[in-house]
Write a protein that binds this ligand. Structure first.
Ligand SMILES: *Cc1c(COP(=O)(O)O)cnc(C)c1O
Length: 371
């Protein structure tokens, strides 16, 4: 098969869903569709009982086309066009996130009576792929916004937050859960009974190094909820990376192995996929994928790894130390593991004439959907 392509093992993604669902028995799992919206994947996740976090009109359609009942979709993006809110509402979506008065005004008008969840700012410290300050509002503002929502015919259910993607520290959810409890308490005094804490995504996967098992994250979140809430709220989680990443292997071919001088410096290895072909998360070398080659076990030496385009930011790794076999030659297939999330949809449509990353699905074997 022509490279590059992303091979997605649907059964592996469903197994990840089942594992995180089992680790969080009290929290429905809303898969963040943006991580990998492959139709076959979405269909199998629906069959397994998964709900969806969607962020756009197109993702609403993808969820519905996969067979998800509209009540199981949560429109989690806090930045939505009024017509997209109306569209989702018209399709039966009833859960929306917000973090500003402007967004609440749109929701009150175009999604009357909808359940709304207030996104509160959270620190991304400890995350390999932080989400910065783009989403969420300060707790004092959340309190006012939730009051406004209740007074304008909406159903404010609670709060949501996201601690940053590939969050390595199981303790990072606790401060936001404490903040949520304080918001609940302040609003209870006004007679507004909140009931839901959406703990977002961020759950990490193994790339080069092993992360703590998902059960550790679940236990830390459970302990934080018990510590800060007298009455346990309903919970939900929105994993994206955790479900999709381990299911994908990007197959790429070595285009060139070269050196920049006769001095002994790292070889440069150019692959037929790079920053623009789907490996956007190598920006700042944030996500460090595990690689395998046909020469594994042979002698290795340091390399700079780069993509095929004529843009100098199209370098995957030059500061972190990557080593590849000295035997590596043009035409060899390099497998990039853990690439099932945030790759295919990040690929450019045709920079330098390179087509977007193709996805090939390894389908579920018939009848094992209920394993
Ligand atoms: C992207 C996103 C997620 C998924 O995050 P991961 O780190 O991939 O688990 C969850 N919730 C929201 C609102 C998101 O935007």
């Amino acid at each position: 098969m022509d490279t590059p392509y992303l091979l997605v093992d649907i059964a592996a993604a469903v197994a990840q869903y089942r594992r995180i669902a089992a680790a969080f028995p009290d929290a429905p799992v809303y898969y963040a569709v943006k991580a990998n919206p492959e139709p076959t994947l979405l269909i199998e996740l629906v069959k397994a009982g998964c709900h969806f976090d969607v962020a756009s009109r197109a993702e609403v359609d993808m969820g519905l086309e996969a067979g998800a009942p509209p009540a199981t979709l949560s429109f989690g993006n806090t930045i939505k066009k009024a017509e997209d809110i109306a569209y989702a509402y018209g399709k039966g979506v009833r859960t929306f996130a917000f973090d500003s008065l402007g967004e609440l005004e749109k929701l009150a008008e175009h999604a009357p009576g909808a359940t709304v969840i207030c996104r509160v700012l959270a620190s991304s410290k400890g995350a390999r792929w932080p989400l910065s300050r783009k989403f969420g509002c300060a707790p004092e503002m959340a309190v006012d916004l939730i009051r406004w929502a209740a007074a304008h015919g909406l159903d404010p259910a609670g709060v949501c937050f996201h601690v940053g993607s590939q969050q390595l520290d199981p303790g990072r959810w606790e401060p936001s859960i404490a903040e949520a409890a304080a918001i609940f308490a302040r609003l209870a005094a006004d007679g507004i009974a909140l009931r839901l804490v959406n703990c977002g995504g961020g759950f990490p996967v193994d790339y080069q190094t092993e992360v703590a098992p998902i059960e550790k994250y679940a236990a830390a979140i459970d302990a934080a909820v018990s510590a800060h809430f007298a009455t346990r709220p309903a919970l939900m989680i929105e994993p994206g990376r955790y479900i999709a990443a381990p299911a994908g292997v990007l197959h790429t071919e070595v285009v060139l192995v070269s050196r920049k001088s006769y001095a002994d410096e790292p070889r440069w290895v150019y692959l037929d996929v790079g920053r623009f072909g789907g490996l956007a998360e190598t920006e700042d070398e944030a996500i460090q994928y595990r690689l395998t080659t046909p020469h594994d076990g042979a002698v290795t030496a340091p390399v700079v790894l780069a993509g095929p385009t004529c843009d100098s930011v199209d370098i995957l790794y030059q500061n972190v130390n990557y080593e590849l076999p000295l035997a590596l030659r043009p035409g060899d297939i390099v497998q990039i593991h853990g690439t099932g999330a945030y790759t295919a949809t990040y690929a450019s449509v045709g920079f330098n004439g390179f087509p977007p990353l193709r996805t090939v699905c390894l389908p579920m074997v018939g009848g094992d959907a209920d394993r």
